[in-house]
Write a protein that binds this ligand. Sequence first.
Ligand code: AMP
Length: 420
Amino acid sequence: MSTFQAPKGTYDLIPPDSAKFLAVREAISAPLRDSGYGYIETPGFENVELFARGVGESTDIVTKEMYTLTTKGGDQLALRPEGTASVLRAALEANLHKAGNLPVKLWYSGSYYRYERPQKGRYRHFSQVGAEAIGTEDPVLDAELIILADQAYRSLGLQQFRILLNSLGDRECRPVYREALQTFLRDLDLDEETRRRIEINPLRVLDDKRADVQKQLTDAPRLRDYLCDACKAYHEEVRALLTAAGVVYEDDEKLVRGLDYYTRTTFEFVHDGLGSQSAVGGGGRYDGLSEMIGGPALPSVGWALGVDRTVLALEAEGVELDLPVTTSVYAVPLGDEARRALFTVVTELRRAGVAADFAFGGRGLKGAMKSANRSGARYTLVAGERDLAEGVVQLKDMESGEQAAVGLADVVAELKTRLG
Ligand code: AMP
């Protein structure tokens, strides 16, 4: 071990487990790529104000969890705690919304940073794959995104996840509800911090996990009763589209999510095998966000799925991913001349698209064969001086144990045939 360790709340992705993360990113993004979403990559840090305004001054993310820094030039930056504000900022900056092709559909994949109390499934550095559809108000778009996330999880073989769905209303009806809720909450027996929350973000109080708080909330006014007709109709349409697509969801009135920018449709993917950090992904509609960060009105919807928690969910369900083969052929040279000859074969195999590896460092047969076994290679190539003198290499099928001498000049073609 070196003198250093990964910082608290972070961990390294190392082989072989790191392959699962790549496979999860691939599985989540594949349905998006097939549905007109283009890849976007934004910087790992942004002007801190973007998140303060975009994510919301009253959220835990902004008040407690952001990694902020002042550069030598005096700029106030923050490591990105989430993806939506950055993606929308980038889309506006590049005028993508003016190209006359709305919605602008984008997907992304990357690292996010939150100064949270670490525990299993909750880290200070984590990774997400996300999607945003910018500039269109259409329930089909909300449904599309939920269906694509569902498709991604099913393609991974996950089964024990549930989709929670809610509508948060819009700028017409939500303020009316907000006031009714505040009036109700102010009469409850709550601690100082929660009382403060009533004034800045009362909907978040509904999300409080403590039993003594939840007990007092049974008779809280329900957002459902306050939704305006337009929001109600919109939500019904989203629900009907999901049902028509065979996507099962649960209506969850308490689902408010931790970010300020959501309007109308909100949803969360939860997994029942993960304990307290059960949210594997979430998202919703954010019709006001563009204006909040100085852009034009651009109703939009999006989600982000957590890669770390998706991997934990796979492990909880005991799903073994069908990971791509890393090494098909492993070459073991015995002696200097064999080393040159087999390395040439390995290079040719690689150029022919066959995954091949090599016993480096002039190791003995026993140790090298151990590495060959560990590599999972289907075939090994072994050659010593006598083989080379005869112009052959020994080709061994690691599954059947059969071994045959194959001409050095024919071995690439032979392996290509055998591996199909
Ligand atoms: P959020 O932006 O909070 O809705 O997060 C979206 C998804 O990102 C969550 O459902 C998690 O899967 C993942 N996520 C958020 N915060 C963390 C964290 N601290 N550690 C690991 N994953 C996280």
